[in-house]
Design a binder for this molecule. Structure first.
Ligand SMILES: O=C(CO)COP(=O)(O)O
Length: 250
């Protein structure tokens, strides 16, 4: 945690959820949100953003998208513009997730352009960074993540209250996590870069950890300095697990 920062516990549902189970999951999260100190966010698939936002209206649980295009509209078949997400009730959007960087070859400049579009649309971007296992083994993890930070965050990121999510690629969906010391070192490096890039806001921006966060390891990870919340994949599909992680944030 960082003193003075309210943690954010975000669920990335990825490509999971038809209407009935997605709405049930969202309602179950909202039903358990009372008394949770952390801010709660669910990011359903695009088809469910509007319905989940409507179902969660008046609850403390926010809704986000999982990607957006860099253009506000246009001939981009299959894509979703940031103003469309905002119009559907989203407040956040996850950008540059390693699954998109890998499957769609999204580069740092692409992610940066998307983050800029999100901010223009009034959304808070959650920009994902994280090293592949090879780079961790070669001792280059911090260098790789620093490069992603330098390339993926647009100038307005600090003023927009942008969020960085550190997700080591090899920890996603594997049940493996870095050591607590490695997470703390990476988050401290990211904090230093944010402060340098955004002197006014960098100290107050949230840095999330993601990658195999579960109820059993959440408290230890969330207690680390500069870990200001979690980006949760698999465990966010089970309301009780997601809420247990949120309660571990204090
Ligand atoms: O990719 C993730 C969240 O964006 C993490 O996924 P898991 O929690 O399933 O490892």
């Amino acid at each position: 945690m960082t003193p003075g920062i309210r943690p954010l516990i975000a669920g990335n549902w990825k490509m999971h959820g038809l209407a009935a189970d997605g709405l049930a999951l969202a309602r179950a999260v909202a039903a358990g949100a009372a008394g949770v100190g952390a801010e709660l966010l669910v990011c359903p698939p695009a088809t469910l953003v509007a319905a989940v936002a409507a179902a969660l209206a008046g609850t403390p649980v926010a809704v986000g998208g999982q990607d957006c295009h860099a253009a506000p509209k246009g001939a981009h078949t299959g894509d979703i513009a940031a103003p469309m997400l905002a119009d559907a009730g989203a407040r956040y959007v996850i950008l540059g997730h390693s699954e998109r960087r890998a499957a769609y070859r999204e580069t740092d400049p692409t992610v940066r352009a998307k983050a800029e579009a999100a901010i223009t649309a009034g959304l808070v971007p959650i920009v994902c960074v994280g090293e592949p296992e090879d780079d961790r083994l070669l001792g280059r993890a911090e260098e790789v993540v620093a490069e992603q930070i330098a390339g993926s965050l647009p100038p307005g990121f600090g003023a927009a209250g942008g969020v960085v999510a550190y997700e080591p690629v090899w920890a996603i969906g594997t049940g493996r996590t870095p050591t607590e010391a490695d997470i703390a070192a990476m988050h401290a490096m990211i904090r230093a870069r944010l402060v340098a890039a955004f002197p006014q806001h960098g100290g107050g921006l949230r840095i999330l950890y993601g990658g195999s966060v579960k109820p059993a390891n959440a408290a230890a990870i969330l207690a680390l300095p500069h870990v200001d919340g979690a980006l949760v994949g698999g465990a966010s599909l089970v309301a009780e697990d997601f809420l247990a992680i949120a309660r571990a944030a204090g």
